[in-house]
Design a protein around this ligand. Structure first.
Ligand SMILES: *Cc1c(COP(=O)(O)O)cnc(C)c1O
Length: 379
């Protein structure tokens, strides 16, 4: 079945008890057993498994072209659980432009548990090859990245990583692209991670994370950790993400269509120094982006010619674009990463230009969005 059909039906059958078409929200912590050690349909306790969460997990697996999906309380909880596959002393190679919270988890928390991290420019597969060490067990990529929208050739990196004698795991954080635009497992990744808080949820009303894999043995280890560590997604949140996913393809097409029109507007505006968008001809990895993504997505970054002060003034002057962190919802958001989402990486190698403005383009009418940006740029 095609993506749009799977998004609506995968993992979701009418309820066997009463025919309810929408997956019920199973608000239950435990399940009646038919005898000692005889749980019905395998459900014993909701940290281990819950039918609403299972429906979402199975849907996620289908959309990413994987076999197994796991849902977590947040994107970072999903990331943390994946890193617990490793033993102390392991080396992790990560992109040097990963999400700020991912960098903070690696650098400030997991280093204390004797994991070793190196950050490299994954957009250059050669620098990935150079940074692999005899202890490397995991390679962590994000593409496109946040907020610079750098694109990594997943297939090229997968070939390098898998040719290494340790055969490290290749993980791709697919939050910005979503499985509608890009399917890393089909390009050679071992694990896909999502912050479902963003496009998968799509309505800025839920925090959640996901992990998707193909390999059975890897899935068993992750299901063990999901239960043993316990950072699971609750049933109401699972329902909200399931509902959001039903319109993912429609939303992503509109996000990208609006973003393309806004890119054209911004590049012709005299207050704008440079526009960054994966499908724009000036993007350094535009060819790779067009090869591995269906469209350019809904995120745009641009440099304001007037520097930090002008960028701050602009983002405080929009009416429709809401000044806020996060991204991927139906409503448009605007922010200055250096002072907001990326404040925690200030002074590190992930430092971003203070005049950089990031847009999460929503699905409102594009004329209204452009009018709003225009008045804010010309304040
Ligand atoms: C938001 C985000 C995360 C973290 O997810 P949470 O749901 O906020 O914990 C990880 N990666 C990327 C790319 C993100 O945008």
């Amino acid at each position: 079945m095609k993506f749009e059909t799977l998004a609506i039906h995968a993992g979701q059958e009418p309820d066997p008890n009463n025919g309810a078409v929408m997956t019920p929200v199973y608000f239950t912590s435990t399940y009646k057993q038919d005898g000692v050690g005889k749980p019905r349909q395998g459900y014993e306790y909701s940290r281990t498994s819950n039918p609403t969460r299972k429906a979402l997990q199975d849907c996620l697996a289908a959309l990413e072209g994987g076999e197994y999906g796991l849902a977590f309380a947040s994107g970072l909880a999903a990331t943390d659980t994946v890193l617990r596959l490793l033993d102390a002393g392991a080396h992790v190679l990560a992109g040097n432009d990963v999400y700020g919270g991912t960098f903070r988890l690696f650098d400030k928390v997991l280093r204390r548990f004797s994991l070793d991290f190196t950050f490299a420019d994954t957009t250059d597969p050669e620098s990935v090859a150079d940074a692999l060490t005899p202890s490397t067990r995991l390679v962590w990529l994000e593409t496109p990245t946040n907020p610079l929208l750098r694109v990594t050739d997943i297939r090229a990196v997968a070939e390098i990583v898998h040719a290494h004698p340790n055969r490290p795991l290749l993980v791709v954080d697919n939050t910005f692209a979503t499985p509608y635009l890009q399917r890393p497992l089909e390009l050679g990744a071992d694990i896909v991670v999502h912050s479902m808080t963003k496009y998968l949820g799509g309505h800025s009303d839920v925090v959640g994370g996901a992990v998707i894999v193909k390999d059975k043995e890897l899935a068993e280890k992750l299901f063990f950790l999901q239960n043993a560590v316990g950072a699971v997604l609750g049933p109401m949140d699972a329902f909200l993400v399931l509902r959001g996913i039903k319109t993912l393809s429609l939303r992503m097409d509109r996000h990208a269509e609006n973003a393309m029109a806004i890119v054209k507007f911004l590049e012709s505006h005299k207050a704008v120094e440079k526009v960054i968008y994966p499908f724009h001809e000036s993007h350094p990895q535009v060819k790779i982006a067009k090869r591995q993504m269906k469209n350019g997505g809904g995120m745009i970054s641009f440099l304001h010619k007037g520097g930090r002060e002008a960028a701050v003034k602009m983002v405080e002057s929009t009416h429709l674009f809401t000044l806020a962190e996060s991204l991927g919802g139906v409503e448009s958001l605007i922010e200055v990463p250096a002072a907001m989402t990326h404040l925690s990486v200030a002074g590190s190698q992930l430092d971003v230009n203070p005049a950089l403005v990031r847009l999460s383009v929503g699905i409102e009418h594009v004329d209204d969005l452009i009018a709003d940006l225009k008045q804010a740029l010309e304040m």
